[in-house]
Design a protein. Structure first.
Lengths: 370, 137
């Protein structure tokens, strides 16, 4: 018999969401030639005739091709005008910005290949081109969208120059650093870049995905995308551990770190573990002047998607309480397949004051969006 | 509930589908091997346009490494988070106990009978020579 159950989840949205700030929106190019106007003749020809030499090893696909066409795109986000999802501003407005009256959308452009480029000078040129392209294609015509500065972590000089060049440009809100680097981000070799971000007033955004060429788990390459997806947590943990234990926050006390697309329920237990060992291993890492959990609470923000879904939805409230409702920021991940709808993402009702912080006020304050 | 004429049978061949709007509701009408089914075009998970997803088979693995592709062309995979639903019943493959996509009963009626009423044909012109897909909404 065709008896329809009415699913309470979509009939009764859990939250007031309108006017939220989206901390993870993916713009895409129509064709790679979109970057050409922002490359010098030297690098334009390089792009056209030689192209990217990525550390990843595969061309034109990611290590774990997704279930949905377009390498993991939301099925209904293909523009009718042609081009890939995320490339059509009108559609982005219709499906996201206008639909939810989004106050601001933080762009995470995972395009151009700058981060994983072996030819670091080309990588540096592509980073600049992607920054120009973000503004020309998205942020200038749609000021609700905010750009993230792309850099090439393995070319310190150009990275610092680009961070300094964008400082004070209100179209840019943060610096995007690939979270799976050649070495953990707290290592000395990256310190000057991190210091430049802090000096420019930019939080750094660590958006999960991609690879530097290392296996995505500590134990090697997994078989399935289903295994790869939770390996984001390992990568996020590596970042937190490295930044904290290397003493980065003692040296760069103004550094603010936003962890994007790694969920967050793992963070409390990691902090408990770090705190326990801090008491025992003090002699090895005397640069830590306070408990790791204190650095975490002071310097880290997390975005929500892909959020964990505990069996007892109310357990989520305890997790949020530990991390601090002032440190969690809502994100959709539009137009990727696993994006969240702001109405239904939380399976538990948040107290109103928490919802205001998470959907809007935390991001407004961190990115000085007023 | 009223019966609505949504398509001529020939319009939706086996394996095909048509998205129609009936009483303000979008409904996907599917033809699986000559039998018609209708589901609401709204995923019970987070509300995506469910009926525009890929039509797939059910894949089972009794043991790791042992695969059975069963019931070809009978499942719909949501275009957002890939939850799969049985097109015939709306049953969710991910959360069969809690979640169901709303389904509607469908019949095929000859144009001759339909011409007499009391059916509603909002957008479909009915001719007596053809058979029609009728959804109960
Ligand atoms: S909206 Fe359909 S699976 Fe999430």
């Amino acid at each position: 018999m065709n008896v329809a159950l009415r699913d309470p989840r979509i009939e009764r949205p859990a939250q007031q969401h309108l006017g939220f700030v989206d901390c993870d929106v993916h713009p895409f190019f129509r064709t790679p030639a979109d970057f050409d106007p922002f490359l010098s003749a030297r690098w334009r020809e390089h792009r056209q005739t030689i192209g990217n030499r990525s550390r990843v090893g595969l061309a034109r696909t990611s290590m774990y091709p997704r279930m949905s066409p377009g390498n993991g795109m939301r099925g209904d986000s293909w523009p009718k005008t042609g081009g890939p999802p995320g490339s059509d501003l009108a559609m982005m407005r219709e499906q996201l910005l206008d639909l939810f009256d989004v106050k601001a959308g933080l762009l995470a452009p995972l395009v151009g290949g700058a981060a994983a480029e072996r030819n670091v000078e080309f990588g540096a040129a592509m980073a600049v081109a992607v920054n120009e392209w973000q503004c020309a294609a998205f942020c200038d015509p749609e000021p609700r969208l905010k750009a993230s500065v792309q850099i090439t972590l393995e070319h310190e000089e150009s990275a610092i120059a680009e961070i300094e060049a964008r400082a004070g440009d209100r179209r840019f809100c943060q610096v995007n650093i690939p979270p799976r680097g050649i070495e953990p981000l707290g290592r000395h070799r990256y310190r000057k870049i991190l210091a430049a971000c802090a000096a420019a007033g930019f939080p750094i955004s660590l958006h999960l995905g991609g690879t530097s060429g290392h296996a995505s788990t500590g134990g090697g390459w997994p078989s399935f995308y289903h295994e790869e997806h939770p390996s984001y947590v390992q990568s996020m943990e590596t970042l937190v551990i490295s930044l904290v234990c290397e003493g980065v926050f003692e040296e760069v006390p103004d550094l603010k770190v936003v962890m994007v697309e790694g969920g967050f329920a793992w963070l409390p237990s990691l902090a408990w573990r770090l705190d326990k060992h801090w008491k025992r291993l003090k002699a090895e890492a005397p640069q830590l002047k306070k408990a790791p959990s204190e650095y975490i609470r002071e310097h880290f923000w997390v975005t929500t998607q892909p959020m964990e879904e505990p069996e007892r939805p109310e357990d989520m409230l305890k997790t949020i309480e530990w991390i601090g409702p002032d440190r969690i920021m809502f994100s959709t991940d539009y137009p990727h397949w696993d994006q969240d709808d702001p109405r239904y993402a939380f399976k538990v009702r948040l107290p109103d004051d928490w919802a205001r912080l998470i959907y809007r006020e935390n991001a407004m304050a961190l990115y000085r969006l007023d | 509930m009223a019966k609505h004429i949504v398509a001529a049978v020939a319009e939706i061949p086996p394996g095909g589908r048509k998205i129609v709007t009936v009483r303000g509701r979008e409904i996907g009408v599917f033809n699986i091997d000559g039998t018609f089914h209708a589901l609401i075009n709204r995923c019970p998970h987070q509300g995506a346009v469910l009926c525009e997803g890929a039509i797939v088979s059910r894949l089972e693995a009794p043991m790791p490494g042992e695969y059975r592709l069963t019931r070809p062309g009978t499942m719909i995979r949501c275009p957002w988070h890939c939850w799969e639903f049985d097109i015939a019943t709306g049953q969710s493959w991910c959360e069969p106990d809690d979640v169901k996509a709303r389904s509607y009963s469908v019949s095929v009626e000859p144009g001759e009978a339909l011409a007499k009423g009391p059916f509603k044909a909002e957008t479909v012109a009915v001719s007596v020579e053809q058979d029609y897909v009728v959804v109960d909404v």
